[in-house]
Design a protein around this ligand. Sequence first.
Ligand code: GLN
Length: 307
Amino acid sequence: MDPITALLHEALEGVRGLDAGAPASYIPELANADPELLSLAVVGPHGRVRVVGDVEQDFTIQSISKPFVLALALADRGRDAVLRKVGAEPSGEPFNAISLEAGTGRPANPMVNAGAIATSALIPGDGVDDRTARIVAGLSAFAGRSLWVDEQVYASESGTGDRNRALAHLLRSYGVIDGSVDIAVETYFRQCSLLVTARDLAVMGATLAFGGINPVTGDRVVAEAVARDVLSIMTSCGMYDYSGEWLLRVGLPAKSGVSGGLMAVAPSQFGVAAFSPRLDAYGNSVRGVAVIESLSERFGMHLLEPH
Ligand code: GLN
């Protein structure tokens, strides 16, 4: 085992005993996750991949799709057009809050559900399939392999997604969403149901870390300015109403999802991702938060630390 893999192994074993929290249950299919699953992946310069734990295990990307769909929207529409529909301010509220800016109806940021539904609705396409195909192609380029939708999780989420549907109706009432509410929300549910592994998320994070170039495939996926905008919003808003404390403790742009994935980015250095289904009160993976915090401390990764 090379020394870095050994360190990752040690970090993973350091959090294995944490058993607080529980898998998300508001999407019924997610409640079936094995709570003991645990994996960690790091992708560095030149696409060097290191993975430890249950590395073969896939899971749905959920909210970690949000920064990447934001990247596609920024690339397609430009920053000003995106900011007309969604803000860039931390909400300080739970990810599924029914809360929009007074007057304009803009969601606070693209990392909470309301903002992500608005961002997803900016992806051009004729219907759910066409829009989903663009999103899948875009996220696959970030991951460096073809991703696909878990139909069971999609059906489960769509069947119970009244709160997100309500948010989408509100967005349409303000003109934040122009077209069909159904197309917007079903496309959003499908993007959340894409299957990934910790390795995929680490590659996706590394693509942001290296200015939009996937370090494994060598392909440019988005412009450097787009990657920088996405990382900025992840830094202020990526961990929901824990974003401030996360920045204080860990100091890296990051994004979590309710299936238990967590991705963080050390600009110009690496993408890292963890998977463990038990969530804390904010909806962040308990062991994911702990393991990435320990890595950040160990390697002195806090962005605001003098180097
Ligand atoms: N699909 C989930 C939802 O909309 C995503 C939320 C999350 O991962 N925090 O509720």
